[in-house]
Design a protein around this ligand. Structure first.
Ligand code: HEC
Ligand code: HEC
Ligand code: HEC
Ligand code: HEC
Ligand code: HEC
Ligand code: HEC
Ligand code: HEC
Ligand code: HEC
Ligand code: HEC
Ligand code: HEC
Length: 480
């Protein structure tokens, strides 16, 4: 090492540092104590004053939606004016009213934010994975691990859709081995380590069951006959001649545009599949949806016709087109036959239920029993209509928004145009999503997709209970 010479600038500096401090040490102490006093002791003392306690309670009350007066707020502002010196960055807009009440979240000084501070206000936040802790001895992460405050006005909302990585994958990367009884597969990243989707389909007795799209044929017995392909052909017969249906003819978006209104006979089928009484009477149809109402209407119609002179003849439209199962032969039953009302009603009921109308769309079974006592249709043949599977969630474990995909053709995700039977499940698998959705790292032609883009973490209680029913677990009651 070169020894220092008097002309060496480093040596001169060393020398200066070795000289006595004189007033500098005192100055440092004075400044340090002043800083402590202004930045810590004064705010601390003020925050502990009685005025503050009252005021901060009021700020909390404001967010808890209890009454707060203007004086409360003013007292609060004054008492907390000094807190700002600790400002760690702007709070989320949802919490901005707490910018003067740091202790709402930091109830203990010099400690990490406690979950109890959050749940004091967020009483209804549910535990992920069910009412009981997901994995015994494996506590859920702290609220503040996933919800970082002081990140700006939209901070929390932006974080929610970007929840990913350790916050979720710490548990989900090895869940299959650690909790095999859940039947869940491991997940690490949407891009290349996320299982094929599962859908819920109606099973025996109406309960939903989980069906993995890659594990078994995607079939759901729906109870309804409906071939998409027949109806999506160009130029099919409509009431006013050939017409071409689009998906939107039957699937009308809900108000929030996330999904679709249920398909209904009255709005979506009746214009072409009218339940006309006799094919020649275009304006007389039976009501839809109840076997007994339909039979009663038939019975009453023929009783009336038998006792009156042909009010119907005027309405008859010769050769009126009757879609599916239509017979163009003029209706010999009705025209010009004297009225054995019961016999005519029987013939008509059998025809309507078993051939012309109901059986086109439903599985119709003739049953031996009599109709409801006292009902006009009670003495006609009786029928059972197999239940139609009610509208149900397909992928309750994830969030999906049709509104976010309006630019994409329906057919990119749903193979409806080639579907020959309503029992075919038309839900998309994961491969199509990956054309546009990358994992936690964006790709040049794909959007970045963290877990939070598609999944909630705090499911609503209703969804939880449904999940419990699906998994065959006991559903907790209110009291539990
Ligand atoms: C809505 C709750 C909430 C309120 C109100 C709040 N904070 Fe925080 N603060 C947090 C969370 C969450 C963290 C993250 C710390 C952790 O992981 O425990 C944090 C962290 C901090 C940190 C540590 C630095 C950092 O960014 O991690 C400081 C300093 C801080 N807050 C000061 C304040 C001050 C001063 C106020 C009042 C103006 C305040 N906080 C109000 C929730 C809050
Ligand atoms: C004094 C009451 C209060 C406290 C304490 C509080 N919050 Fe909130 N928080 C609210 C209110 C009010 C809203 C807005 C209404 C809502 O979304 O529930 C809100 C909204 C939120 C949101 C939704 C934000 C958005 O834009 O989607 C999150 C996430 C949140 N709080 C997390 C936390 C966490 C984590 C803590 C603890 C560090 C906490 N809160 C402490 C009252 C509070
Ligand atoms: C593993 C990450 C994670 C943890 C831990 C977590 N959250 Fe969340 N939180 C989320 C995600 C993701 C969302 C957005 C989706 C949703 O609503 O479930 C969210 C949404 C919220 C919301 C706004 C929506 C709502 O349900 O009202 C609040 C409030 C909230 N969390 C509070 C809390 C509180 C309080 C805790 C601690 C008891 C907590 N969170 C723990 C990830 C987490
Ligand atoms: C502490 C461990 C833990 C963390 C952290 C965690 N999970 Fe889970 N998660 C579970 C467990 C356990 C279940 C199974 C719950 C059940 O079915 O009873 C589950 C269930 C799920 C399911 C439902 C699967 C299904 O179809 O039944 C989804 C989706 C999910 N988690 C996504 C997430 C996301 C997104 C995050 C991060 C924001 C996350 N999880 C963080 C443990 C965790
Ligand atoms: C004439 C009316 C009609 C038209 C037009 C129509 N659908 Fe449907 N769609 C239905 C009916 C009825 C059901 C319910 C069938 C059932 O119970 O499974 C259905 C069910 C569906 C389902 C959910 C059922 C499943 O099993 O996955 C999807 C997805 C769907 N249609 C997509 C489409 C698309 C995409 C188009 C356009 C290419 C289209 N539909 C055109 C009547 C229609
Ligand atoms: C625009 C008119 C139109 C609408 C609306 C319509 N259909 Fe059809 N449907 C037809 C025509 C035409 C046929 C006969 C097609 C053929 O045989 O080639 C038919 C045939 C059928 C068949 C028998 C298919 C077969 O393979 O024999 C069923 C079942 C059916 N439709 C159900 C429905 C249901 C359910 C709805 C309402 C969700 C509906 N249709 C809406 C015109 C329509
Ligand atoms: C063109 C097809 C079509 C014809 C013809 C038809 N239905 Fe339906 N039916 C439907 C559709 C679609 C639904 C489910 C949506 C709704 O309720 O509107 C349904 C639902 C029903 C239901 C309710 C089933 C349940 O599980 O809740 C009954 C009952 C019913 N129909 C009876 C009849 C009877 C009786 C006839 C004959 C008089 C008939 N339907 C003719 C299409 C048809
Ligand atoms: C682009 C949307 C999307 C993204 C991003 C995504 N998922 Fe999923 N995930 C789904 C859909 C859709 C399902 C099927 C939902 C169902 O079963 O109800 C699913 C199913 C799951 C399941 C159930 C698995 C099983 O065995 O049935 C878990 C757990 C899960 N996801 C966790 C995650 C985690 C953790 C991440 C982040 C690493 C993530 N997901 C990212 C859409 C997504
Ligand atoms: C990017 C893929 C994608 C596109 C594009 C898409 N869907 Fe879907 N669709 C889905 C997924 C995923 C679900 C399951 C959502 C769930 O149940 O959580 C679904 C569910 C449905 C359902 C059954 C659920 C319900 O709300 O009744 C119908 C019907 C449907 N889609 C029709 C359509 C029609 C019509 C279009 C075109 C206007 C369309 N979809 C475009 C992915 C898509
Ligand atoms: C043609 C490209 C494309 C396809 C295919 C596609 N997505 Fe998307 N999706 C997008 C884009 C672009 C966004 C907007 C991303 C954003 O806002 O960060 C988006 C957004 C989403 C969102 C967030 C919606 C919101 O507003 O909350 C979900 C959830 C989602 N996609 C799920 C899916 C699923 C599940 C599939 C497969 C069934 C799918 N996507 C297929 C392009 C696509």
């Amino acid at each position: 090492m070169a020894s220092s010479s008097p002309s060496d600038p480093n040596a001169a500096e060393l020398d200066a540092l070795r000289r006595p401090l004189r007033g500098r040490r005192l100055l440092s102490w004075t400044l340090l104590l002043a800083a402590l006093a202004t930045l810590a002791l004064v705010p601390w003392w003020l925050s502990n004053s009685a005025a503050e306690r009252q005021a901060s309670a009021a700020a909390g009350d404001a967010l808890r939606m209890t009454a707060v007066s203007a004086e409360d707020i003013q007292a609060h502002r004054t008492a907390h004016a000094w807190d700002r010196v600790w400002d760690a960055g702007p709070l989320d807009s949802a919490h901005s009213a707490l910018s003067l009440d740091c202790r709402a979240c930091h109830s203990e000084p010099f400690a990490r934010v406690r979950d109890e501070d959050c749940t004091a206000c967020h009483l209804t936040v549910t535990t992920h994975g069910g009412p009981s802790p997901p994995i015994a001895g494996d506590p859920a992460p702290r609220c503040a691990t996933c919800h970082r405050e002081h990140q700006g006005a939209q901070g929390l909302a932006l974080q929610n859709i970007a929840q990913s990585g350790p916050a979720c994958v710490d548990c989900h990367a090895e869940l299959a081995a650690r909790k095999p009884e859940l039947g869940l597969l491991d997940v690490r990243d949407f891009g290349d380590a996320h299982p094929e989707f599962a859908v819920r389909v109606a099973g025996d007795g109406g309960a939903l069951r989980k069906l993995r799209l890659d594990a078994e044929p995607a079939i759901e017995p729906t109870g309804l006959k409906f071939p998409h392909d027949v109806h999506l052909k160009a130029g099919i017969d409509g009431p006013e001649g050939p017409q071409t249906l689009a998906c939107g003819s039957c699937h009308r978006a809900t108000e929030d545009a996330l999904g679709f209104e249920p398909v209904r006979f009255e709005t979506d089928c009746e214009s072409c599949h009218a339940l006309t009484l006799e094919t020649s009477l275009a304006r007389r149809s039976v009501p839809h949806g109840s076997v007994d109402d339909a039979l009663s209407m038939i019975r009453e119609f023929y009783s009336f016709a038998a006792n009156n002179t042909d009010p119907r003849r005027a309405e008859a439209v010769p050769g009126a087109v009757q879609r599916p199962g239509a017979t163009d032969a003029a209706d010999a039953r009705f025209v010009g036959r004297p009225g054995d009302a019961l016999a005519l009603a029987r013939i008509e009921a059998t025809d309507l239920f078993e051939k012309r109308a109901c059986a086109v769309c439903h599985t119709v079974t003739r049953v031996a029993e009599n109709g409801p006592p006292g009902s006009p249709g009670g003495d006609l043949p009786q029928y059972r209509i197999d239940p139609v599977a009610p509208v149900h969630p397909w992928m309750p474990g994830a969030r999906f928004s049709h509104a976010a995909h309006v630019q994409t053709e329906c057919s990119a995700c749903h193979a409806a145009a080639t579907s020959t039977d309503a029992s075919e499940v038309l839900m998309p698998g994961i491969a199509g999503c990956r054309d546009c959705h990358a994992g936690a790292v964006a790709e040049p032609t794909q959007v970045r997709s963290d877990c939070g883009l598609c999944h909630d973490y705090h499911p609503a209680h209703a969804a939880l209970q449904e999940a419990d029913v699906l998994a065959g677990r006991p559903v907790p009651t209110e009291a539990q």
